[in-house]
Every structure is written in structure tokens, then in C-alpha cells.
Write a protein of this length. Structure first.
Length: 357
């Protein structure tokens, strides 16, 4: 693997905060959370160039082309940290690289990650996001997968009630490339994950999944745009939300099938269990299809825990708390099964169990 760097001496944009007046931010009020934490524009300065992290060779323009989103543009204008890897052709790394993200209390951290997989390579990345009180971690991940490459990407989010995570991922997939991203959120404050995925080569495939188990006033927003731009590509979005207390969930998933993308297979599903009458879930699945020969579907469900199996388990002598936990573990099982690595799957299951106790 080769580390990367970019010239960071160019002028940069100030921090721009989206508002809920914008359609794509309708359900998530980032601006009010920033104000609540006292992170004023004056305090949200971008660190001096002397604080930057540099690597050993330059990035090419194709590696650093950013999507046209406000938060990503803010990150790439002048990040606090910049890191990345190129996985050479034919190299298959199955032992996970583990990255732990931390932000100090009352800080704004713009963070830029660039990851390039060359043809017939494979990479396994696990990230932990654990932020300090009153912090805002604004991360941008830029991913480019060449033909026949495979990236497995796991994210764990554990934030305090007064933290903000905004994570934007832009991934470009060539022919036969495969990208799987699974995230687990057990505490958040405010978290927004944006995924912008382009399937550019035939037989490319992407899976985006997540398990969200929230308490208190946590707020988690998963917003996804998958662009099918080539024939015979597949996309799968599958999310499970467990919302307790006054927590809020958002799922906005869109599949855009371009005219030339015949034989597209696009799937979306978001299922939510409300564990409190004060919990709120907002869903907005979308299909925009311009091709004729496609197989696309979307579905969302939101409701309370089914009392019938709960009654059955209790009638067999199981305490109510244990019965509820078993049912909730079964509910998230479909997403856990998407995780191929046994150790990672076991860790996810343990963290969810702890969150449900």
C-alpha cells in the first residue's frame, strides 16, 4: 500500500452548514445542533497548515475530484487530517486495517480519506468513530475501485449525546468491482452518513447496510444516492433501526437508473422498531428509472415490537427483558448476515446486545 498526499496551501472555503430548509436536509437540523454545542463560526477555524498531516507522494486529479456536496467541499478545501492508500494490482489484503477516529472536546475536525484499489485487488477496512464531548467530526471518504477489485468497509459509531458526526462517502466502481459497507451505531448525538455511489462498469455491485440502536435524543440520518450507469449492476440497501426514548431516525435512499443501465437490479429496505412512543422515524425511499429492463424495489416498515412472539416466549418461562432482547436480535439478523468476517460480526452483535440492555 502506498500513502498519499495533496498540496494544502491553496485558499479554502469557510465552514458552510446546511439547513433544514434544503430538501436533502429536511429531517436533520445540523445548524441547530452546531449552535447548541456553541461551535460558532469563529470557533470553527480550520487549523494552521503546520498542523496538517502529509504523506509521501502527490494525489492525481482523478483521485481528489470531490462530489458537489457542501460538507465534502468544506473538508477538501483544507482538512485537518488527510490520509489514504493505494492497493496495488493483484494484492489482496484480508487482514483488516483498523482506524480509530477521535476528536478532542469542543473541536471541529475536517477529515479527508482517499482510498484507491487497483485491478484485481482487495482490501478490508474497519473504522471506529469515538468523539469527545462537544465535538464535530466532518469526514469525507473518497473511494475508487478498479475492475475486479473488492472493498469491505465496516464502521462503528459511538458518540456522546453532545457530539456531531457527518460522514460523506463518494465511491466509483469499475467493471466487476464490489463495495460492501456495513455500519453499526449504538450512540450518536447527531450522525449523518451520506453515500454517493456510482456504478460505472458492467457487473459492478454495492451493498450498503446499517444497524442503528439509539437511546436518549440521539439522531441518525442515512442518506444514500446510488447511480446505476452501466448494464448488469446490482445495488442493495438494507437498514434496521431500533429507536428508544426520544431518539430519531432518518433513511433517505435513492436509486437512479440511467438510460443505458439495462438489467439493473436495485433493492432498498428499511425496517424500524419504535421502542418508545416518543421515538420518531422518517423514511424517504426513491426510484428514478430511465431504463426499460430493470428489477428494482423498495420497502419500509415502521412499528412497535410484535406482542405475539413476545407473549409466546414469556409463556415459555423467559423473562420479558430476555424475550425482548431475543426478538430484537432476530430483527437485526438480516443485516448482521451481510458481514462476512466472523470476528467483526461477533463484535457487532455484542455491541448491539449491550446497547439493548
Amino acid at each position: 500500500m502506498q500513502p498519499l498526499r495533496k498540496d494544502l496551501s491553496a485558499p479554502f472555503d469557510p465552514v458552510v452548514i446546511p439547513t433544514s430548509a434544503q430538501e436533502e436536509w429536511k429531517y436533520t437540523n445540523l445548524q441547530s445542533m452546531v449552535m447548541k454545542l456553541g461551535l460558532t463560526r469563529t470557533e470553527m477555524h480550520i487549523p494552521d497548515i503546520s498542523d496538517m498531516t502529509f504523506f509521501t507522494h502527490d494525489l492525481t486529479p482523478s483521485q481528489t475530484e470531490a462530489p458537489k456536496t457542501v460538507l465534502a467541499k468544506t473538508v477538501t478545501s483544507r482538512p485537518k487530517s488527510l490520509y489514504g492508500f493505494t492497493v496495488p494490482q493483484g494484492e489482496r489484503i484480508i487482514t483488516p486495517l483498523i482506524i480509530r477516529h477521535t476528536a478532542e472536546e469542543q473541536t471541529y475536525l475536517p477529515d479527508w480519506q482517499v482510498l484507491t484499489l487497483e485491478p484485481n485487488s482487495a482490501f478490508f477496512l474497519i473504522e471506529y468513530f469515538e468523539e469527545g464531548a462537544g465535538s464535530w467530526h466532518n469526514a469525507f471518504a473518497q473511494i475508487k475501485l478498479a475492475r475486479d477489485s473488492k472493498l469491505t468497509h465496516i464502521r462503528f459509531f459511538e458518540g456522546k449525546a453532545d457530539t456531531i458526526h457527518t460522514v460523506t462517502t463518494h465511491a466509483l466502481l469499475a467493471e466487476n468491482a464490489n463495495y460492501k459497507q456495513i455500519s453499526l451505531t449504538t450512540s450518536a448525538g447527531l450522525l449523518r452518513q451520506e453515500n454517493h455511489i456510482e456504478l460505472q462498469g458492467e457487473h459492478a455491485e454495492v451493498t450498503i447496510g446499517g444497524i442503528i440502536a439509539l437511546h436518549g435524543k440521539d439522531h441518525v440520518d442515512n442518506t444514500i444516492l446510488i447511480e446505476h450507469k452501466a448494464e448488469n449492476c446490482r445495488s442493495n440497501q438494507h437498514f434496521k433501526y431500533l429507536l428508544n426514548d426520544e431518539s430519531k431516525g432518518v433513511f433517505q435512499g435513492k436509486v437512479h437508473v440511467h438510460k443505458q443501465a439495462q438489467k439493473t437490479d436495485g433493492f432498498q429496505r428499511c425496517n424500524t422498531i419504535l421502542l418508545s412512543p416518543d421515538a420518531v422515524m422518517n423514511t424517504k425511499p426513491e426510484l428514478e428509472i430511465y431504463a426499460d429492463d430493470v428489477k428494482c424495489s423498495h420497502g419500509t416498515t415502521t412499528g412497535e415490537l410484535d406482542e405475539t412472539p413476545l407473549f409466546y416466549l414469556r409463556s415459555r418461562g423467559l423473562p420479558e427483558k430476555d424475550a425482548r432482547r431475543l426478538l430484537l436480535q432476530a430483527f437485526i439478523g438480516e443485516v448482521l448476515e451481510l458481514v462476512d468476517d466472523e470476528n467483526t460480526r461477533t463484535e457487532m452483535e455484542a455491541k448491539v446486545t449491550d446497547a439493548l440492555l
